[in-house]
Design a protein around this ligand. Structure first.
Ligand SMILES: [Zn+2]
Length: 727
């Protein structure tokens, strides 16, 4: 029996609740974090970042002046005349300009690392991981050193950058302000995202879903929190951006200095002159000084730097399949003919319980396993890669180890240690998230990546990978959640360190040629986590909503910048499924995003549309083309809902003209900027071939912009035009 999906927002790929998200966004802070004992030092071991495939990381030091770190994606610079503070972040394939207007500055009242005239630097390198340690005394503006010492450790890899700021108080001190890596960035990074800390999330599940906003008006407040947020992000849509994500040790940020919670200030605001955005991260900000006990305090965060490139590796055409039924050899052949090159064995809940329950082995009965092996072998014959679904945070109650360990491994929040079970959409309403229900109707209970749970997960992943001959792994729930389960760590923490460790481990398992697909739920998406992926599945946060996707309302975390290729979720709604997905594709084709299709969400019609999209691009190696999306202004049309984009290659360009409305557009005049075609025509004459009708027009240079180019589009139709130099 196949379940009929209802329109409820609890999709398999990252089951967050949109309905509750609305509550989170508007409800006042109703729950306060417990005060902790400020012992200071991080309780959590650092993850192992080692992972192949990201390229090199290099250090160049000019003694006493600058330390410069470069990767294929970015350059960061540290000022050795100012305490070794980070004062420059430049993305090679972003704007090429420094993001920072002010350096990252750490301070205790009047003493700051940025005033320290002397700093010692130790560096070491292992594989593609570089470690920099800056240490010195915090100093006042008059260059007099104060009592507080600092030791800042940067761990840098092409995938992930982490900073650990150790502040040492040699004695009890009364202070009113402690800031860690506060900075100012260019105001064009004015589109921001915020995941508040659990104290500011009124929802019982404490998923801390992100909110987004944008402004560049002078004096505007973007973020203004007293509790440590899970992360802040700042973007210039489509160009560049970055994230500041707390490490797992949220407790030190929240109450580490004084034992009191809610005494910090985490904020972002546009400067009065509109020229920059001030970013403040203060674990302590009080009006009257308070005692900070003698000791060492370590404040740690990940600096999320996207892997921005000139041309995204846009080669993946990805869909899903499951056991209801397993696809026939004939279907697989049709996939291959359409250009599908990677498929995901999905583990969607079905009422007959015939699905891969998280944490179980073997996932199917003997007949099912035989079928799975057949599908994998047939896919391989057609050069289609196959990856299994794994949830990074769910364990099904029927799985071995659950009865013995689930309470200890679980993610819980608060005193009562209630486990969070993720139910199928049908049962969500029926059981109202009852905590004692374990068995039918659920995907599993949430586990915490900072418990011993990842050790079991690693065993499960490795066994499936090796015994079934998969080509990589698909991870759902690659997002960080807060936890304070006393059975593994009573201090407030999040799962991010454990997730990074898991993702890096997976890259080591599958090697540089294995494919890692990571799902990023848009309201929890993290640059530091998605960076480990070859392909990012996203947009599920709008998949169950009846929202018409338009070129100007794509979620910013979906678009981010030209970096990792993205495979958005199709629209899951049963009603108007075909229309919503045709509309999605009409928009996504302009941004180089190829959505997945597959059961059980799609009625079959969506897969037809998706495969049609794949076939349209099959003749081209899109990873060798550079995309100029509608944001670039490369193409202009006279209809407000007809958009264009250019995929620019060295020999030819593909111009896509797409009608994002359901109304046919009989005459759509379009123009394209010659300089965005990617090649130079010596003859100054061009051919433009409509790939649908195969008609070819030959034009002089001026013809690209004078209105000579015209097409006709049905509702949601997109057409590809090959533009070449004429002989
Ligand atoms: Zn935990």
């Amino acid at each position: 029996m196949v379940n009929t999906r209802k329109q409820v927002p609890n999709g398999r790929l990252g089951a967050a609740l949109i309905g509750i998200a609305v509550l989170v966004l508007t409800a006042p802070s109703a729950v306060r974090a417990r005060g902790g004992q400020g012992t200071g030092a991080s309780m959590l071991a650092q993850p192992n970042f080692e992972a192949p495939g990201g390229g090199e990381v290099n250090l160049q030091v000019t003694a006493g002046e600058r330390a410069i770190v470069t990767t294929d994606y970015w350059t960061m610079e540290y000022d050795l005349r100012r305490g070794g503070v980070l004062d420059s972040i430049v993305f090679t394939h972003g704007s090429g300009r420094n993001l920072l207007v002010e350096p990252f500055r750490t301070f205790v009242d009047q003493w700051s690392d940025a005033n320290a005239p002397q700093v010692s630097l130790h560096s070491s390198k292992e594989g593609n991981i570089l470690r920099l340690e800056f240490s010195g005394r915090m100093t006042a503006a008059d260059r007099k050193a104060g009592p507080v010492a600092f030791e800042t450790t940067w761990t840098l890899s092409p995938f992930v950058v982490r900073a650990d700021h150790k502040i040492s108080f040699p004695e009890d001190l009364r202070v009113s302000s402690v800031g860690v890596a506060s900075t100012a960035v260019r105001s064009d990074l004015g589109e921001f995202g915020l995941r508040v800390g659990p104290a500011d999330d009124a929802n019982e599940r404490k998923e801390c879903l992100a909110t987004f906003g944008t402004t560049r008006s002078g004096g505007a407040r973007l973020i203004d929190e007293h509790h440590a947020p899970i992360y802040m992000q700042f973007f210039n849509r489509g160009v560049e951006g970055f994230g500041l994500s707390m490490t797992s040790d949220l407790a030190t940020w929240e109450n580490g200095l004084t034992g009191k919670s809610g005494v910090g200030h985490y904020a972002a605001s546009v400067s009065e002159d509109g020229g920059s955005i001030l970013i403040v991260r203060k674990p302590l900000r009080v009006t009257a000084p308070v005692k900070v006990p003698k000791g060492e305090y370590v404040f740690s965060y990940y600096l999320g730097l996207p892997r921005i490139v000139e041309k995204a590796d846009r080669k993946w055409r990805h869909i899903g399949f499951d056991a209801h039924p397993f696809p026939s050899d004939d279907e697989i052949r049709k996939w291959a003919e359409s250009g599908v090159n990677i498929v995901r064995q999905d583990s969607e809940y079905y009422g007959d319980e015939n699905f891969w329950h998280d944490g179980t082995w073997p996932p199917f009965d003997e007949k099912g396993m035989k079928e799975l092996r057949r599908v994998i072998a047939t896919c391989h014959r057609y050069k289609i890669l196959v990856v299994p679904y794994f949830s990074l945070q769910e364990l099904h109650p029927s799985a071995p180890g659950y009865a013995q360990h689930a309470q200890e491994w679980a993610r819980t929040m608060g005193e009562v240690e209630t486990m969070y079970h993720n139910f199928s959409p049908e049962d969500y309403k029926l059981f109202n998230y009852g905590s004692d229900y374990a068995g039918k109707g659920e995907y599993g209970a949430q586990m915490c990546p900072m418990s011993a749970w990842p050790e079991k997960l690693k065993n499960d992943v490795e066994r499936a990978y090796r015994e079934l001959g998969f080509d990589g792994i698909f991870y759902d729930w690659a997002d960080t959640e807060p936890c304070n389960n006393k059975k593994h760590n009573p201090k407030l923490h999040s799962g991010i360190d454990g997730l990074i460790d898991m993702l890096a481990w997976t890259r080591r398992l599958i090697g540089p040629n294995g494919v890692l697909i990571v799902h990023q739920y848009g309201l929890k998406a993290s640059i530091s986590l998605e960076n480990f992926a070859d392909l990012v599945v996203n947009m599920e946060e709008i998949a169950d909503r009846d929202v018409a996707l338009r070129p100007d309302n794509i979620p910013v975390t979906t678009l981010l910048a030209e970096s990792l290729p993205r495979s958005p979720c199709p629209n899951y709604l049963r009603s108007e499924n075909l229309e919503r997905n045709r509309q999605n594709i009409a928009v996504l084709v302009l941004y180089g995003m190829f959505p997945w299709a597959g059961p059980p969400w799609d009625t079959g019609e969506t897969e037809v549309e998706t495969l049609k999209l794949f076939r349209a691009f099959k003749p081209y190696q899109l990873e060798t083309y550079r995309l100029h999306s509608p944001l670039s202004g490369a193409v202009h049309t006279a209809w407000e809902d007809v958009y264009g984009a250019v995929y620019a290659g060295p020999e030819q360009a593909l111009v896509v003209i797409s009608n994002t409305s359901r109304e046919p557009r009989k005459r759509a005049i379009w123009t394209v900027r010659p300089e965005d075609l990617g090649f130079v025509s010596a003859t100054k004459r061009f051919t433009v071939k409509d790939t649908k009708t195969s008609t070819v027009q030959t034009l002089p240079f001026s013809g690209l912009q004078d209105g000579s180019l015209e097409t006709q589009l049905e509702g949601y139709e997109y057409r590809l035009f090959e533009v070449r130099s004429a002989d």
